[in-house]
Write a protein that binds this ligand. Structure first.
Ligand code: 1HE
Length: 264
């Protein structure tokens, strides 16, 4: 494995690169991977600096928990204006992840709460180990979502569920999270990374232009009125199918050289 570990002097975020797969680890286990502004900046830098050889990334957290959310110590003395700037820094970092060049697969375990769930909702695929629990304790802490969760988590599970979770402090376990769309896969404890690597290999074998369209056109189309969405889709479809790589792949199928679609 080719290991690079140069994101920051404190090693708040670790980066390992193995061929086309980058594994990025939140590395503040003593503070349950609480997200300080420093961690948010390092995370953004890490995604921004991925070499072109990387085709897919896996994001996980060191220790027992994926992330305890916002580092609450950062709120004790911040002004309203600093709070808005902080949210905007989170939006920039999470947009870099969600609308970046590489698909990102999250490996979740333990607490995925508050800002940790906001971060997880910006990932493209979520694998939850059985220990995972999702929560939005902002209501109990006297604050509000501020890392994009009102938009992203609501898009995943609907604003009614977000309302209920925030009002009551309802903590959602891995199985329920899977049923309502917070996780795509549930694995036994310790198997999340292996599942994510298996998925990463499949994702990395797609045509890069298709992955680009999935990450960038699909969410845009979902926001557009139907007439605009259909036009965006038609344009994106034309761009992808005109690429030489698409022609090669389709020809491979027609010549019986490509894999068929099989039930999993
Ligand atoms: C923290 C944080 C944090 C832990 N900020 N320091 N998030 C929350 O409201 C979740 C708060 N955390 C917890 O409920 C628990 O820590 C956990 C369930 C995640 C883990 O419990 P546990 O027993 O494993 O750990 P712990 O003993 O509670 O915490 C270990 C240390 O991490 C301890 O510090 P220490 O100096 O006493 O060792 C904790 O204070 C520290 N720690 N979580 C700061 N979040 C952009 S807006 C988003 C808004 C939100 O995210 S609100 C939700 C915030």
């Amino acid at each position: 494995m080719n290991t690079a570990n140069t994101i920051d002097a404190q090693n708040l975020v670790l980066l390992e690169i193995d061929g086309p797969i980058a594994t990025i680890t939140l590395n503040r286990p003593k503070k349950r991977n609480a997200l300080s502004l420093e961690v948010i900046h390092r995370l953004e830098e890490c995604f921004a600096s991925l070499p072109a050889t990387v085709k897919v990334a896996i994001l996980t957290g060191a220790g027992e928990h994926f992330s305890a959310g916002l580092d609450l110590t950062s709120l004790t003395e911040s002004t309203s204006f600093e709070g808005i700037q902080q949210s905007r820094a989170w939006y920039d970092a999470f947009a870099r992840i969600q609308f970046g060049r590489v698909p990102v697969i999250g490996v979740l375990h333990g607490a995925v709460v508050g800002g940790g769930l906001e971060l997880a909702s910006s990932l493209h695929i979520r694998v939850a180990e059985e220990s995972t629990y999702f929560g939005l304790p902002e209501g109990q802490r006297g604050i509000f979502l501020g890392g994009g969760g009102s938009v992203r988590v609501s898009k995943l599970i609907g604003f009614s569920r977000v309302t209920e979770m925030m009002l009551t402090g309802h903590v959602v376990g891995a199985t329920e999270g899977h049923a309502i769309g917070l996780a795509h896969y549930v694995t036994p404890a310790g198997d999340g990374l292996a599942k994510a690597r298996e998925l990463a290999e499949r994702v990395a074998s797609n045509a890069p232009l298709s992955n680009f369209a999935i990450l960038n056109a699909l969410p845009l189309i979902a926001e557009q009125p139907m007439s605009h969405g259909l036009m965006t889709e038609a344009l994106m479809a034309t761009v992808t199918q005109e690429a030489p790589e698409a022609k090669e792949r389709i020809n491979d199928f027609l010549q019986k050289r490509a894999k068929k679609v099989e039930p999993s």
